[in-house]
Design a protein around this ligand. Structure first.
Ligand SMILES: C[S@@+](CC[C@H](N)C(=O)[O-])C[C@H]1O[C@@H](n2cnc3c(N)ncnc32)[C@H](O)[C@@H]1O
Length: 471
């Protein structure tokens, strides 16, 4: 069976039983050999339906007699697929979206409900003002454009309350909208929501020990892959458009480059490791930053890469072999309990486990998996990790704390609590790092990368120095 909509339905069934969206997608892809365009449609339908779930459920709630959560789960999934295509896939004709969704209902044991499915989708189209599909209308009905044309053209009715309104329109839980609104205000929160609903870009970090950025540019361009450079990041290239399978691109097997988002590359530069130093990467797997550190050190010195997840450490091992790096030594275990590293490191990187609120565009289901409670638990773990791994640093040494979340409880509050009880530590403004201060820096000295401003993953990072007179 190679019908991408039926395959999407099967994968989404898995997701609703608890599978990660990317794992569910891989599972169906492994069973079939799809042409590229069907593969793209399948991916779009799965990730889009998961990402836009709240908006799609609200449409069911508003148009059907029974609420979305009262529908049989499979019918809800079929309706998600239909509404997703009508609302967000302008290239799919409305008639095709409706007919294929009705077919899905039939094929999956809901012949008795085809009239209901057909009626509901057509009701949406009627309200949207035609058979041409409603794509784009929804996003125009923005909080920022109250005067924008005919908000009643959007069948989705939005409440006045800005948190719920943004949450329903852009499909995020209220608590995440609240966290952003408190830091950014309305206009920027809306831009951030829109950014997080885009398909992710892919950046490469060139390995200067094996090649040069110019050589990689030429090799990729000869293979028909478009790239552009990223300001302030001398080894970064962004792939433009669909580059196909990453492992098949020129230079992958040769270890010329690593896939790493630009903001993750900033972390290595903020740490600024030097050849010959001892560096501990306390949460290292799968090694994106460990291998960057080794490259920045010219592979000279010692990097002790610690992580508690052995499967992820195996990836680190593979990555460092592919890049032909010798300076990395792996330690498996909980970094809160390593006692052999006290006062040994010139630099420590703590790239802490976090809620990932800065990278939700890469993980369609992340917004539904995290909760205020999981953030609280992570923040306790982050504080414990910071307290213990700071003891690894020699007097006069540096620790960089980084996360890919934009939640203050995992960032600013972790650092403030640490500094309040650690008089021998202070924030150090980044020196020797050629970064646009105004773009990332805050008066407190930490870096916060807001994706909608910098067009890269959301990140928080701060460089701390242990004073010389500490024990
Ligand atoms: C954000 S990821 C690290 C990503 C990595 N630095 C990179 O750039 O590829 C966080 C890592 O922390 C690890 N981790 C979580 N709790 C830990 C603990 N208590 N001790 C050591 N590692 C831990 C997880 O297994 C995960 O690999």
């Amino acid at each position: 069976m190679t019908n991408p909509r039926q395959l999407a339905f099967i994968a989404l069934r898995d997701v609703h039983k608890g599978a990660y969206a990317d794992v569910a997608l891989d599972r169906v892809l492994q069973k079939v050999n799809l042409p590229d365009n069907d593969r793209r449609l399948l991916t779009e339908l799965i990730y889009g339906s998961v990402r836009r779930q709240r908006t799609l459920d609200t449409l069911i709630d508003q148009l059907a007699k029974k609420k979305s959560h009262q529908q049989p789960q499979d019918v809800r999934t079929i309706l998600h697929l239909g509404f997703y295509q009508l609302r967000y896939q302008e290239r799919i004709p409305a008639s095709a979206a409706v007919n294929t969704t009705v077919e899905l209902a039939k094929e999956n044991g809901f012949s008795g409900l085809t009239g209901f499915v057909n009626g509901l989708l057509r009701q949406y189209l009627r309200k949207a003002g035609g058979a041409g599909g409603a794509g784009g209308v929804a996003e125009k009905n923005s909080l920022l454009l109250p005067q924008s044309p005919a908000p009643d053209v959007d069948p989705l009715q939005l409440p006045e309350n800005p948190v719920e309104r943004l949450g329903i329109l852009h499909s995020f839980p209220d608590w995440i909208i609240q966290v952003w609104l408190e830091q950014l205000g309305l206009a920027d929160t809306e831009k951030l929501c829109e950014w997080m609903n885009q398909s992710p870009t892919i950046d490469l970090r060139i390995n200067p020990l094996r090649t040069s950025i110019e050589e990689v540019e030429t090799a990729l361009q000869s293979a028909g892959v478009l790239v552009r450079r990223i300001p302030y990041l001398p080894q970064a290239l962004r792939l433009i458009g669909n580059a196909g399978s990453i492992q098949k691109l020129p230079g992958f097997r040769e270890g010329w480059w690593t896939v790493q988002d630009s903001s993750a590359q900033l972390v290595g530069h903020l740490l600024d490791p030097q050849p010959g130093e001892v560096v501990i990467d306390a949460c290292a797997a799968p090694g994106g930053k460990t291998t960057h550190i080794a490259e920045l050190m010219g592979d000279k010195g010692k990097i002790w890469a610690c992580d508690r997840t052995s499967s992820r450490l195996r990836k680190l091992q593979e990555n460092s072999q592919r890049l032909n790096l010798q300076s990395i030594q792996i330690y498996t275990g909980d970094s809160r309990h390593f006692n052999q590293f006290q006062n040994t490191a010139d630099r420590v990187l703590l790239d802490a486990p976090c809620s990932g609120l800065g990278t939700m565009h890469r993980h369609a289901d992340a917004r539904w998996r995290q909760t205020p409670e999981s953030v609280r638990e992570l923040s306790v773990l982050q504080q414990e990790l910071l307290t213990h791994t700071s003891t690894f640093v020699k007097a006069g040494g540096v620790l960089v704390y980084a996360t890919c979340t934009l939640h203050p409880a995992e960032n600013e509050q972790v650092i403030s609590a640490f500094l309040a009880k650690s008089p021998d530590w202070q924030i150090e403004p980044p020196s020797g790092v050629d970064l646009p201060d105004s773009a990332y820096n805050t008066p407190q000295g930490w870096f916060k990368v807001w994706p909608h401003r910098q067009d890269m993953d959301g990140f928080f990072m701060v460089r701390l120095r242990k004073t010389n007179n500490s024990e």
